[in-house]
Ligand binder design. Structure first.
Ligand code: NAP
Length: 269
């Protein structure tokens, strides 16, 4: 019986998680599997009940629409419910209990961990699940002001308060303030979604632009940032980063750093 993990969601066929985790399993020569499982909302309870009894199931990643509902079926030792408010990973803890956690915040922070963020101003676009993980990470990094650009001002103001952040909420078409970091945590710019219309001119030359969108990988936002010679981080870096944290929780070993270029090539096919 081969140990395995999987990603659950509905729909699920678009998920890149199997490609990433299988790449590492192969690279490390580990005996294990990583699958994609379509789970309907009404089947979520039964899914966790069955998997909890399966001794070779190591855990799962969770995507839309189960990130909040799955909290009902797991223990939450890190108080993810009270902080980020949604889980993207379930793994087996001591005694086989199902533990819920969220690796998006760590996956987001990894590529900018060397950046001195304390006291700096950050601009974040969007006020959904990804923005919550970003704001959690920025609060941990002792960020200064956060300017949240969102279409729903009340929701965005609630998020700033929730994470104990100071700053301001502005509409999406506001002129950007001076900031060290700009993060797009909205689906704007994604294939099939509206474009993100933004003028980066007010950003200083040392600003870093980070787009969580990874389809396409080279978004208009990143193109504009590169045209200004600003430093950029693309969405694949976070995608691979959050997967690496989950992989270690499932299989007990961290994936190797080498081979990252091959993995990116595979994901871009
Ligand atoms: P979500 O929970 O649905 O939130 C989306 C946010 O964007 C919401 O605040 C929403 O506004 C706002 N928004 C959506 N459409 C908009 C529009 N047309 N105009 C203005 N605002 C709009 O989605 P999510 O999970 O946060 O994901 C956001 C993006 O991050 C997606 O592109 C996703 O693929 C990406 N992501 C990437 C990674 C990675 O590893 N790279 C991880 C997670 C997410 P309302 O609040 O008003 O609804």
């Amino acid at each position: 019986m081969t140990k395995y993990a999987e990603v659950i969601g509905h729909p699920i066929s678009h998920s890149k998680s199997p490609l990433i985790h299988r790449f590492w399993l192969n690279q490390m020569g580990l005996v294990g599997d990583y699958r994609a499982q379509d789970v309907l909302p009404e089947d979520l309870n039964g899914y966790f009940r069955d998997r909890a009894l399966d001794p070779v199931w190591r855990g799962c990643n969770i995507t839309i629409p189960h990130k909040i509902a799955a909290l009902e079926y797991v223990t939450d030792p890190g108080d993810v419910r009270g902080s980020i408010g949604a889980i993207n990973t379930v793994f087996r803890g001591d005694g086989g209990v199902l533990v819920g956690t969220n690796t998006d915040a760590g996956g987001f922070y990894g590529p900018i961990a060397d950046m001195p963020l304390a006291g700096e101003t950050a601009i974040v676009i969007g006020a959904g699940g990804a923005a919550r993980a970003v704001l959690f990470a920025l609060a941990q990094a002792d960020i200064g002001d956060v300017i949240l650009l969102a279409r729903n001002g009340l929701k965005a103001a609630g998020l700033l308060a929730h994470f104990g952040l100071k700053g301001q909420v502005l509409p999406l078409d506001a002129r950007l303030p001076d900031a060290a970091l700009l993060v797009n945590a909205s689906p704007l710019g994604m294939k099939g979604k509206e474009a993100l219309e933004i003028d980066l001119a007010p950003l200083p030359d040392h600003a870093l632009v980070y787009d969580l969108v990874y389809a396409p990988i080279e978004t208009l936002l990143l193109k504009q940032a590169r045209a200004r010679a600003l430093e950029v981080v693309d969405g694949l870096e976070m995608l691979v980063g959050q997967a690496a944290i989950a992989f270690e929780l499932f299989f007990g070993v961290a994936p190797p750093d080498d081979g990252e270029n091959n993995l990116r090539e595979l994901l871009l096919k």
